[in-house]
Each structure stands twice: as C-alpha cells, then as structure tokens.
Design a protein around this ligand. Structure first.
Ligand SMILES: Nc1ncnc2c1ncn2[C@@H]1O[C@H](COP(=O)(O)OP(=O)(O)O)[C@@H](O)[C@H]1O
Ligand SMILES: [Mg+2]
Length: 244
C-alpha cells in the first residue's frame, strides 16, 4: 500500500489556481523528487500535505487514513514532518534542546530526559555533536540546515517533506546534504524533496514529479523525466532553472 496518496488536490488563492487537480503517490521508504518552474505549486502542495492550510477540492490520504481535514499537529502525530525553506529554530535554546523539543512533540511524545538522549544520538549521526550545547545563533548556514533536518527527524516521521533545504549551500555542502537525505531514506523514512537544482534532485530521487502551472506535467524515472521534451519546454520559460 502507498504511504501517501494525493488525489485531485486543488487549492485557490483568491482567483489564482495554485494547484488544480494534482495527483501524487509516495511509497514507504522512497525519495520522490518534486520539481517545476517557479510558482508551479510545489510549496503549496507540500502545505496541502502537511496541513498548513485546507484545500478546496481533492483528497490527501496517509497510510490509509484520510487526513484531508486534519490539523498539522494531527498529521505530524501520524508521521508527516516537514522542514521549512527558512529554518526556524528557537534561538534562545541550545541546539540539543531544539532537537529534543521535536522528540517531545513527535509521534511517541517522549519525555524531555529521554528526548535529550535521543537528540544527542541524532546530532552525533549528523556530525553536529560538537555544537550540541551551542546556542543556535552560533551555527553557520549549513549547520542550521542540518538542524532543520534534525528537528524534523526528531518527530520520528514516516514521511519527511524537504523544501529547498540545500538552497544557498556550496557544492561540498550540497553533496553532504544529498548524502544525508539518502541516509534518511535508508532509515526507512520516505522523503518528498523539492529542489530547484534539478541535477541534485535527479541524482538521489527514486521517482520524480514535475509540476507546471499547478498541474501534473510528467512523472516517473528521473532520467526519463528530465529528458522529456514537455519538461524541457516548461523550464525554457524559467530563467532560474535548467533541467539538464
Ligand atoms: N499564501 C499565498 N497566498 C497567495 N498566493 C500564494 C500563496 N502561496 C503561494 N501562492 C501563489 O501560488 C502559486 C504557487 O506558489 P508556490 O506553491 O509557492 O510555487 P513553487 O513552490 O512551485 O515556486 C504562485 O503563483 C504563488 O504566488
Ligand atoms: Mg516553493
């Protein structure tokens, strides 16, 4: 059975159709890349999946449960976690406490003492242990992004939603980030990964979906998808991206 099934997801902002009947399926433990020109509806679809706002039509099903009407915290409790394009840790807390907090809110709602232990283990795995006690303000951009992923993983998700988490990183950091996302998948967590850098997302995705103007354009094997002439044509109008 699929882990996530979006059917006919439709979202209006006033008169603008940001999503118009989008379908998307994610199986357990796979990385699904989500790409498309600027404004094609990628972030809106992620919001529809995490429950940031309600949708106007369609259905979102997670692990066999209709979650369409559920609040974000209810969905998080079922195992849907997301990071935001701009990481928003609590600046007054240390790195480890920010991650521990996620564990206390997560699927198992573990008590704070145990949450700090789990957070310490996770930070070690992400090679952030050296910064565990540091205030969040002392982290560089790369470390902040890792912290964002750590906080999402602290929720012990079955599906992790990543929205352009590698934007602004240098090539070495991008490679580290891609390896980390693959490691997350190898823990059995399914990932939906929105990425402007099509080459990067193609390199780690099991399947790729392309949105265009709020609708499904093409999906399938990443190599086939990026070579599809409809995808190439859609990107020609987007000066910021290059599918090849
Ligand atoms: N909260 C919002 N209010 C009004 N319009 C929005 C809102 N969020 C997104 N949009 C619009 O919906 C469309 C899709 O946006 P978005 O999902 O952010 O695209 P992408 O992430 O693919 O760049 C864009 O035209 C955008 O301006
Ligand atoms: Mg976006």
């Amino acid at each position: 059975m699929s882990l996530l099934r979006c059917e006919g997801v439709t979202k209006y902002f006033g008169g603008l159709r940001a999503l118009d009947g989008v379908d998307l399926v994610v199986d357990p433990g796979e990385i699904v890349g989500l790409v498309g020109p600027n404004g094609s509806g990628k972030t809106t679809l992620m919001n529809a999946i995490s429950g940031t706002f309600g949708i106007n039509a369609g259905r979102v099903e997670f692990d066999g449960t209709d979650v369409t009407g559920m609040r974000p915290h209810q969905r998080a409790h079922l195992g849907i976690a997301r990071t935001f394009q701009i990481p928003k840790p609590l600046p007054s807390l240390s790195v480890i406490d920010n991650v521990a907090l996620a564990y206390t809110f997560g699927r198992d709602q573990v008590p704070m003492g145990r949450a700090r232990q789990l957070a310490g283990d996770l930070l070690a795995e992400l090679e952030l242990a050296g910064k565990a006690l540091a205030p969040v303000a002392h982290l560089n951009l790369h470390e902040r992004k890792l912290l964002g992923i750590a906080r999402a993983l602290g929720l012990e998700p079955r599906l992790l939603l990543l929205d352009e988490v590698l934007a602004g990183l240098n090539p070495t950091e991008v490679d580290l980030g891609l390896a980390m996302i693959t490691a997350v998948r190898d823990r059995g967590v399914a990932v939906i990964y929105i990425e402007h850098n099509v080459k990067a997302v193609t390199s780690i995705s099991d399947r790729l979906y392309v949105l265009n103007r709020g609708t499904n354009l093409v999906d399938g094997n990443p190599r086939d998808v990026v070579a599809d002439e409809r995808v190439v044509a859609a990107y020609l109008g987007d000066a910021h991206a290059d599918p090849a």
